[in-house]
Design a protein around this ligand. Structure first.
Ligand code: B4P
Length: 188
C-alpha cells in the first residue's frame, strides 16, 4: 500500500501515521519528523530547516524534495509506505509523481484528515504545554493554518481530480479516527 496523508496542522496526521504504519506493516515517512530530528542533531539540513519551521513556513522545495527522493530510494519502502506531511504544495506533488514514475510505481490512495481550525488550534496549544514545540505558539499556528489553506489544500484537490482522494473526519477519539480511516481504505 502506498499512501499519502494530508490535513491541516493538528488534524492528527502524525498520530494516525504511526498507528496506520503499525496496522499495515509499512514505514511512515514524516517530513516534519525528519526535519525535527535534523534540527535536534544540529545537522546542516536541520540548520537550514529550523528558521522556516519556527516561522510556520514550508521548508524550500529543493531541500524537501531531495530528502524525500533519498528516502523513497531505500529498500524498506519497496513494498509500500505512508507519506505523512508530503507533498505539501502542488510543486511537491509534481515531484512526487516523477519520483514514483522513476521507481515504476504509483500511489494507491490519498487520505485527507479534516478538522476545524478551532479544534486543531486547541490541540496544538495543548501540545505546546506538553512538549514545548517552537512552532506550536498561537501566532505560528495561525500562520501554519494560512499556509495550509494557500499551499496544501490545492494538493488535496489535485488528487481528488485523479480519483485518489478519500476524506476522513479527524474529530473524535484517536482510535475512532483510525477505524474511520481503515474503513475508508477497505471501501476503496
Ligand atoms: P509536521 O511535522 O507535518 O506538523 P503538523 O502539520 O503540525 O502535524 P503533526 O503531525 O505534528 O500534528 P498532528 O496533526 O499529528 O510539520 C511541521 C513543519 O515542518 C511544517 O510547518 C514545515 O515547516 C515543515 N515541513 C514538514 N513537511 C514539509 C514539507 N513537505 N514541505 C515543506 N516543509 C515541511 O497532531 C497534533 C496534536 O493533536 C498532537 O498533540 C496529537 O496528540 C493531537 N491529536 C491528534 N489526534 C487527536 C484526536 N483525535 N483528538 C485529540 N487530539 C489529537
Amino acid at each position: 500500500m502506498r499512501l499519502v496523508l494530508v490535513g491541516p496542522p493538528g488534524a492528527g496526521k502524525g498520530t494516525q501515521a504511526a498507528l496506520l504504519a503499525q496496522r499495515y506493516g509499512i514505514p511512515a515517512i514524516s517530513t516534519g519528523d525528519i526535519f525535527r530530528a535534523n534540527v535536534k542533531g544540529g545537522t546542516p539540513l536541520g540548520l537550514k530547516a529550523q528558521e522556516y519551521m519556527n516561522a510556520g513556513a514550508l521548508v524550500p522545495d529543493s531541500v524537501t524534495n531531495a530528502m524525500v527522493k533519498d528516502r523513497l530510494a531505500q529498500a524498506d519502502v519497496a513494498d509500500g509506505f505512508l507519506l505523512d506531511g508530503y507533498p505539501r504544495n502542488p510543486e511537491q506533488a509534481a515531484q512526487l509523481d516523477t519520483m514514483l514514475e522513476q521507481l515504476g510505481t504509483a500511489l494507491d490512495a490519498v487520505l485527507e484528515i479534516t478538522a476545524d481550525a478551532d479544534v486543531v488550534t486547541q490541540r496544538l496549544l495543548r501540545r505546546a504545554e506538553l512538549e514545548g514545540r517552537a512552532d506550536d505558539t498561537a501566532e505560528v499556528i495561525q500562520e501554519r493554518l494560512r499556509v495550509y489553506a494557500e499551499a496544501t489544500a490545492p494538493v488535496a484537490q489535485f488528487y481528488a481530480r485523479r480519483g485518489l482522494l478519500t476524506q476522513v473526519d479527524g474529530i473524535g477519539e484517536v482510535a475512532d479516527v483510525t477505524e474511520r480511516i481503515a474503513t475508508a481504505l477497505d471501501a476503496r
